[in-house]
Design a protein around this ligand. Structure first.
Ligand SMILES: Nc1ncnc2c1ncn2[C@@H]1O[C@H](COP(=O)(O)OP(=O)(O)O)[C@@H](O)[C@H]1O
Ligand SMILES: [Mg+2]
Length: 288
């Protein structure tokens, strides 16, 4: 299954991506984590030290030149070996399920087009852009593993062709009007591109709330409470794994997968995206 995470900055996309990847790997699934956000914080959220992080692909002028060519641009570069070559393994945040061989969590850092190499001879932002798109499309189209893409607010950079092969979108928001407005835009845009299997993850939300009307929010809602254990160590580490609330996070990840239509084997019917979401909430508050 391929899942993209989008929403306003600071809403919790990276944390939820890291939690879900860890949940899956501890259940024996192989996961590709793709950091496609400008903040580039997914690796640290997964417990990697800054020195262990791979160089963002957008900054690998050698690879861009090799795959996109010099003087002309191949629009269809062969990138099949790149994810393996450029990714690093991330550690598990806790024990695997008893009797289960844990899966691999591999992190690929895309980098940003703005920060893309702009040097002499061969490297340019549009070549980097073409390569980033090709690698993302390759992971999404050709891999059987789980692919979790931590994105910026929009879904445009998934590309029109690729978005159709993303199975599901988690729109992450805080319970605030501005964050929900962004969430609504993201949900609408994704739906217009054909990505209608969506769940709204309402982060740092302790209780049922009535969502504002006239918004195109996903019809399925998962509430994620503020985690005191994460708040308490915010200044000590960038990792969001190995928290005292580990069991509650695991349960939330299970509920998220279920809300996305995952039944343990495959996907069942896509949830509907409804306009003017009534009073939702299905998930009881889980105290840390
Ligand atoms: N449920 C939560 N409880 C406590 N802290 C949280 C929670 N979700 C996210 N955070 C913290 O809030 C900050 C922003 O979260 P992050 O996942 O980086 O957001 P985004 O990727 O959307 O910008 C991080 O420092 C993260 O550790
Ligand atoms: Mg982030």
């Amino acid at each position: 299954m391929k899942i993209a995470f989008a929403g306003k900055g600071g809403a919790g996309k990276t944390s939820i991506t890291a939690w879900l990847a860890d949940h899956l790997a501890r259940r024996g699934e192989n996961v590709w984590l793709v950091d496609a956000d400008t903040a580039l914080s997914l690796g640290q959220a997964c417990g990697l030290e800054p020195s262990e992080l791979p160089t963002p692909l957008a900054e690998r002028e050698d690879i861009i030149r090799q795959h996109i060519g010099q003087g002309y641009m191949s629009l269809n570069p062969d990138v099949s070996g790149l994810p393996e070559a450029l990714s690093v393994d991330a550690p598990l945040g806790g024990p695997a399920l008893p009797g289960v061989v844990p899966g691999r969590k591999r992190l690929l850092v895309m980098g940003t087009i703005a920060g893309a190499t702009n040097g002499q001879g061969g490297g340019c932002a549009c070549a980097a852009n073409a390569l980033l798109k090709a690698v993302l499309a390759h992971l999404i189209l050709d891999r059987r593993d789980w692919v979790l893409v931590d994105m910026e607010a929009g879904v445009e950079h998934l590309g029109r062709g690729t978005v159709a092969d993303v199975d599901a979108l988690v729109v992450v928001s805080e319970p605030s009007l501005r964050a929900l407005s962004t969430a609504s835009e993201v949900a609408r845009l994704a739906r217009d591109l054909g990505l209608s299997r969506q769940v709204l993850a309402l982060n740092r939300c302790e209780m049922d709330i009535a969502l504002p009307g006239r918004m195109d929010l996903p019809g399925h809602l998962l509430r994620v409470p503020t985690l005191e254990g994460l708040k308490a160590r915010q200044l000590a580490t960038g990792s969001v794994l190995g928290l005292p609330e580990d069991a509650a996070i695991g349960a939330l990840c299970g509920e998220l997968l279920e809300a996305l239509g995952w039944n343990g084997q495959g996907l069942h019917n896509a949830p509907e995206l409804c306009r003017n979401v009534p009073v939702p909430s299905t998930v009881a508050h889980r105290a840390p």
